[in-house]
Design a protein around this ligand. Structure first.
Ligand code: CTP
Length: 140
């Protein structure tokens, strides 16, 4: 049984989120997702997510590739989370390339390419600016 762990905010859930969760699950048997708390997100990005933690958790845990979800309360707890969930593989988007190599001593660290052309921030900007151009991002 190979356990894959990944982390993220997953605000305004979009196809880039879906793609990385599917590809993460493909690397193992069980996918565990740490969803950043509202407070952690505020500390990281100086902004609160549009959807609160209970909504984001409800959405992520309903994805069929996801086996378990927990709340990520602090970036400094990554090692504890990986040990607690018996991670064999840590998956991160390649926007984090190299930043989590310190965990190679307890699991394999894999950076997957991000889906081009979409992000929660882009979605917010498109809504704000009433931008109805077709999205380039595709379901992988
Ligand atoms: N992700 C991805 N492709 C995208 C957007 C996100 O693969 N186009 C991945 C990230 O690399 C991360 C996970 O999805 O592993 C959750 O990312 P998150 O930061 O919640 O989403 P973003 O859309 O990048 O949010 P923001 O615009 O607020 O940075």
């Amino acid at each position: 049984m190979k356990t894959v762990v990944t982390f993220g905010t997953y605000d305004l859930f979009h196809v880039g989120h879906l793609n990385i969760l599917r590809r993460a699950k493909d690397l193992g048997d069980r996918l565990v997702v740490g969803v950043s708390s509202d407070e952690l997100n505020f500390r990281k990005k100086q902004i609160r997510p549009t959807y609160p933690i209970d909504h984001r958790i409800a959405i992520v845990e309903s994805i069929r590739f996801v086996d378990e979800v927990f709340v990520e309360e602090a970036l400094e707890l990554k090692r504890q989370y990986l040990l607690y969930h018996h991670a064999d593989i840590l998956v991160m988007g390649d926007d984090w390339e190299g930043r989590f190599d310190e965990f190679n001593d307890i699991c394999k660290v894999v950076y997957l390419p991000r889906t081009i052309g979409i992000s929660s921030t882009d979605v917010k900007v498109r809504i704000r600016t009433n931008d109805h151009r077709a999205l380039a991002a595709v379901v992988a």
